[in-house]
Structures are given as C-alpha cells and as structure tokens.
Write a protein that binds this ligand. Structure first.
Ligand SMILES: O=C(O)CCC(=O)C(=O)O
Length: 315
C-alpha cells in the first residue's frame, strides 16, 4: 500500500513537472510572439537610438559573428568611468582574496557562490538591492552599451543580471558546468557584456565562443536553442564539429566583450591565475516572464532622472 502511494506520488510529480515545463515554454513563446516582446519591439521602433561609428562597428560584428570586442575606453571615452570601475574592482578583489584565505583556513566567510557553479565567487549572486550609486548597475544602464543591446535585439531590452566574478585558479581538473560548451538557457534574444578587470591569458580561463552559432546564424542547427532545451551537448561531439572555429578571448584588462551567449560558449577554466570580470545580461521581456529571474532589485526612488529606455530596462 505504502509502495503504491509512493509510486503514485512519483507519477503525479512527473506529470506536474511535465505540465509546468509545457506551461513555461508556452508562456515564453506567447510572450515572444504576441505579448511582452511585441510591445518592446514597438517601443524600440518608435524611438530607435542613433548609434555613432564605434557603436555601429560593434553592432556589425555582433550581427555577423555573434560577438564583438572593444576596449572599454573606446566605447565609453570618459576616463572617470573606467577609474571608478577599476577602484571598485580593486576593493572586490582584495575583499574576495581575504575571504578566500579565511576559507582555506577553515573559517566562516561571506563569499557568495551559486550552487552548481561554485568555482566562481560573485559580488552579488542573487537578491541584492542596487541603486544608481552602484557602478556595475550604472555600467549596464550606460546608454553607450544599452543602445547597442536594444538595437541588436531590435527591442527595448531588460537588464536581467549584474555582477562581478572572481574565478580562482583550480588544479587542472575536469571542466564543469559553464566551463564546458553550452548555449545559455535565458533567451533566444540575448546579449551579454563581459568587462575584463584583469589581464586574461590562457591560464586565467578566457571566455571562448563559436562565431555564428547564435539562433538565426549559420550554426544554429547544431543542438539548436529551445526554451528549456538541452543546452549542454556532448562536449566531444560539439568540439569535433566546431572547435576549430572557436575564438578564445585572451585580452588585457579593460577589454569589453559583447556576445550573444545563446550561441555556444564556455570559459572560466582558470588554471594558473584568477580571472576577474564584470558582466551584465540583456534579455527580452519574454525571458523575464518565463525563463529567468533578475538577480537584483532596484532601490526605491533610484529610477528618477533615468531615460525611458533605462527605466524600461529596470522594469
Ligand atoms: O565564465 C565564462 O567565461 C563563461 C560564462 C558563461 O558561460 C555565461 O555567462 O553564460
């Protein structure tokens, strides 16, 4: 009797999970085709931003290859903006290294990590409240970046994730989770920006990408992106098909990489030196309505004085 109830409960759980899955997929598609994304596309087409030459060049690379690389100071030619980020980064690095040392000695620490991706120490991880005094939030809202995101996505984007990552070097062991080739689950309309805060070479786990693998590009038929799809194909099979085309972003600190990470990418396999970067994610309203959750909330009153696109990105 007990076994029978247990079997029934397991079956009910499976059925409920399958229904929930179908609900999430249906919500995503509906939001993409009819609801949120349609409205976001309309907002964009009513007021498309005027891009200057460096922004247009980045956009061209993104459209052709799915990624673009630029020195931050070329896109944001305000020396104070970079100095502020550098100073914040230095504090994050020294706090993190002190806590990592304490952890090694077996002490309690305030280090933030996400389950399943413990090899990265994050400044924020989840559930943090940010105001406009936060330089990393300001980075994501900077119109120099946001206008590129909106134009690339063809809609007013949502800012979904803001964080700074410290990836300590590990022994040469097996790659785990996002150190392996994958497509991000977040959205088919996706743009991430990674700002290197240290020099990144082969030993510090550079970001890597397979050009033209984003949805709608030449290689989108390889384990194609689907909402809640299987986004980690067998590593060797994928590598055999595309690894000779992959780009590895070894680059000096201050390098900004834009990338549509619904194409194949991996990184953070630091084996000799730590890697430190800031990252922001732009996605569509459909993603936030179904597949993802923003990692921050906005301090009340913070949006006063922002432009319409910036307020939308935070809404
Ligand atoms: O850490 C990296 O370089 C890869 C990051 C990644 O996979 C992601 O942000 O989706």
């Amino acid at each position: 009797m007990h076994r029978k109830r247990t079997r029934l409960a397991a079956r009910a759980h499976r059925v409920a999970s399958a229904l929930e899955r179908r609900g999430v997929i249906a919500t995503y598609e509906l939001q993409d085709r009819v609801l949120g994304n349609r409205r976001a596309r309309r907002r964009y087409s009513q007021q498309p931003p005027a891009l200057d030459a460096p922004q247009r060049e980045i956009l061209g690379c993104l459209r052709d290859e799915g990624y673009a690389v630029v020195p931050f100071s070329e896109l944001v030619p305000d020396p104070q903006a970079w100095r502020d980020l550098e100073a914040e980064a230095a504090t994050f690095v020294s706090d993190t290294e002190r806590e990592l040392a304490r952890e090694q000695e077996g002490g309690e620490t305030a280090l933030r990590r996400r389950p399943g991706k413990e090899f990265v120490v994050r400044k924020y991880a989840y559930e943090v409240e940010l105001g406009l005094d936060d330089p990393w939030l300001r980075l994501g809202l900077n119109p120099r970046l946001l206008d590129i995101a909106n134009t690339y996505l063809g809609m007013w984007a949502k800012l979904e994730y803001v964080d700074v990552w410290y990836t300590p070097p590990v022994d040469r062991s097996e790659r785990q989770s996002s150190q392996r080739w994958h497509r991000d689950f977040n959205d088919r309309h996706l743009l991430k920006a990674f700002l290197y805060l240290v020099d990144v070479d082969d030993d510090s786990g550079p970001f890597e990408y397979v050009p033209r693998s984003a949805p709608g590009s030449e290689l989108d038929h390889l384990w194609p992106w689907r909402p809640l799809g299987d986004n980690y194909p067998p590593e060797e099979e994928l590598a055999a098909k595309v690894e000779d085309r992959a780009v590895s972003f070894t680059a000096p600190r201050g390098t900004l990489i834009f990338c549509n990470t619904s194409g194949f990418h991996r990184g953070g396999f630091a084996v000799g030196k730590p890697r430190v970067l800031a990252t922001v994610t732009y996605s569509s309203p459909a993603s936030l309505a179904s597949l993802t959750e923003r990692n921050f909330s906005v301090r009340p009153g913070s949006v006063n004085g922002l432009g319409a696109e910036q307020r939308y990105a935070l809404s």
